[in-house]
Design a protein around this ligand. Sequence first.
Ligand code: NDP
Length: 487
Amino acid sequence: MTSTSANYQLLINGELRDAERGAIFVVDDPATESVVAEVACASVSDLEAAVSAARVAFDQGPWPRLAPFARGRVLQAIADGIRTRFDELAQLETRCGGKTLANSRNEVDASARVFEYYAGSADKFFGDTIPMGADVLDFTLREPIGVVAQITPWNFPLLAASWKTAPALACGCAIILKPASYTPITSLILGQIALAAGIPPGVFNVLPGPGGELGNKIARHPMINKIAFTGETRTGAELLKQSADDIKRVSLELGGKSPNIVFADADLDKAASAAVSGAFGNAGQSCSARTRLFVERGILETFTKRLINSTAQFRVGDPMAHDTSMGPLISSSSWHTVNDYVEGAVAEGADLLCGGGRPAGLSEGHYFSPTVLANANNDMRAAREEIFGPVVVMIPFDDETDAIAMANDNEYGLNASVWSRDVGKAVRVARALQCGMVSVNSNGSASRYGLFAPFGGHKKSGLGRELSMRALELYTEEKNIFIDHSG
Ligand code: NDP
């Protein structure tokens, strides 16, 4: 850390500022391992300033008191602002996170669409009228929850920030956004766009900084009403524990180990190609990655050939190049973790059908080859734990019951895919799976089609639902009003 002025500053109370102690951290490009920018690094004293500003903005400022349609107009202006800075945002997303430019462009577009959706939702989130009798009127109000801390991961930086900030702003909350340290820049730009769009000072604060230090303070801060977190299950559980004394409202989007179930009667070409993009998209660094591939025993050989062919077409390389399917992993430590899982699976008896380690010809950057492990079982460590890299574990199954039992035998429950031409079977399996989202004959990519359906997990994959009108429930408290007007 140095004490010169940062390329990107904190956003507190409507002002861009260096950190109070002048601290700075460096954001690297995982493809080239070179420095992208220096970013101001918030400490607890900066957090205190942001919380105070948010508290004043919420308790006394205009934002929560504005007519909902007027808040919606500001959200629409934020969407427009994202589109105006589209190329800059997409390039930064790729340079800091290593995702392909095509993926980054989809995600910037999806981020703008999220703001457009919540711009339209602000005045359509109704309460209920409860029939109780001729002399009484009973109805519910949805009131903004207050000051919200939102903590986001590095794998979908701008998109995760948009999923969280747009519904909170639509409800009239004031926010403190804590982006991941690997990828803070697009969240800082989002804050600047929000200010330019008319968000009042103090309503939208952005504080990059060390997650452990700021997170501990956020969890116990008496002036923060709610925490919305996306990240690892371990971190989410810790936040939940630390915030329990205050009965703080907490929503969590956590890890996954999602099953992809391919029945013999499926369109095998489509299923194989989707198995590859579902497991290796974003270099496998996705909570929704379909990393356990269950294949009906009778088609194991023919499906494996298709899978290996599709994997061979998945090009690893410079994420800025237009024909790249997959860029590098986020960091060197992540590379070594992924490699350990692969070596461990082979030691446990799995066959390495392709991949493993660094792809030929890429000597710098945290690149890892798309990896298929076969002859595996559901008890291997690589089949139980979230690897967060481009590794798929292929496991044969005998019948519907067997597939469901193995798919459910995991502590996570985020997504699943089912591939079959038999609609009855696909629906039976979808209903039996213990997870928050099931796609039939699809990967159900949330950024392409599912943006406006509820997103979240069962079991250790999370608590609460983001996106859709459901997300507005996360940022409001419900009040019931009973009026006796009998006179
Ligand atoms: P982490 O849990 O390491 O970090 C997530 C965020 O939490 C970062 O901003 C991090 O800050 C911060 N943080 C770190 N320690 C603490 C703490 N003690 N208290 C509060 N905040 C803290 O996750 P990753 O960034 O590695 O993200 C990957 C994980 O996110 C995967 O498990 C993935 O499955 C999950 N995820 C889930 C999604 C879902 O919707 N279910 C979507 C996307 C990802 P810093 O960067 O400074 O450490």
